[in-house]
Design a protein around this ligand. Structure first.
Ligand code: HEC
Length: 231
């Protein structure tokens, strides 16, 4: 055992002696056992290159494509290019939840609020949202107990700050589409029309909760939380 420890210490000293300690600076080219692909053929940005026929090292974006980080030019929202069941995020309120630079409120004209829409919304909510936000919307879905000791702050959709007027439908649309904070986006899996159906259903859930609170008002047990003042 003693020899193993001794050999380890000596081995360590040998390695440090050969390669220098961490952070140690020296001017000579370091010993390169493997060159880790440090040096290879490349084109510097903005420099010329014989490889391409136009002599430019940097390439122009391919026509009809947009580099990552650039947004697709928006059409004026009046143009009405809503795509039924589309996944696009541009153009009309239907596809973006925005009117100009602002979140809009209410369902877009392409979506009619009726029993079918609410049923579809309920079903889609059950598929996509309830695992986290729970069937009731209070944020105690089945995944709640897992991870971080059950302390994952899944939003309670009945909180006053998500109430209709202060949190417009367009903003909910944006949260479903792109996610927010710890919540991932579902824009790639839920078509726009279904997102609106979910929003209609969430609004119905919120209203049902508020209405049920009103009916039991007066004889409800003393609330343990600070209730936001009625507005
Ligand atoms: C995988 C779990 C998960 C799923 C599924 C999920 N959410 Fe969330 N959601 C969260 C978490 C966590 C937050 C809190 C995000 C934060 O504040 O960081 C949140 C926040 C929100 C908020 C509030 C955002 C804000 O402004 O604070 C809304 C609205 C919302 N979710 C709606 C939905 C809807 C509608 C669906 C279904 C399409 C859905 N969520 C699906 C986890 C989830």
């Amino acid at each position: 055992m003693r020899y193993i420890i001794l050999a380890t210490i000596l081995g360590g000293l040998l390695i440090v002696g050969m390669f220098g300690s961490r952070g140690h600076k020296f001017n000579e080219t370091p010993v390169e056992i493997f060159n880790d692909m440090d040096r290879q053929a490349r084109v510097n940005a903005q420099s010329s290159s014989d490889f391409f026929s136009d002599g430019l090292g940097s390439r122009e974006p391919v026509e009809g494509t947009f580099p990552i980080g650039f947004s697709i030019p928006d059409k004026p929202f009046s143009e009405g290019d809503a795509v039924e069941d589309g996944f696009s995020l541009v153009g009309t309120y239907f596809n973006s939840g925005r009117i100009g630079d602002y979140y809009g409120d209410g369902l877009p004209k392409e979506v009619k609020l009726d029993k079918n829409l609410l049923e579809r919304g309920k079903q889609r909510y059950g598929i996509y949202c309830a695992v986290c936000h729970a069937e009731s919307g209070d944020g105690n879905g089945v995944v709640r107990p897992f991870g971080n000791g059950g302390q994952i702050p899944i939003a309670n959709l009945h909180e006053a700050r998500f109430a209709d007027t202060s949190y417009p439908d367009g903003e909910v649309f944006s949260v479903i589409t792109m996610g927010k904070g710890l919540m991932g986006g579902y824009g790639g899996s839920i078509p726009a029309k279904d997102r609106w159906a979910i929003i209609a259903y969430v609004r119905a859930l919120q209203k049902a909760k508020l209405d049920s609170e009103k009916t039991v008002e007066g004889n409800s047990p003393a609330s343990t939380e600070d209730k936001p003042s009625e507005n």
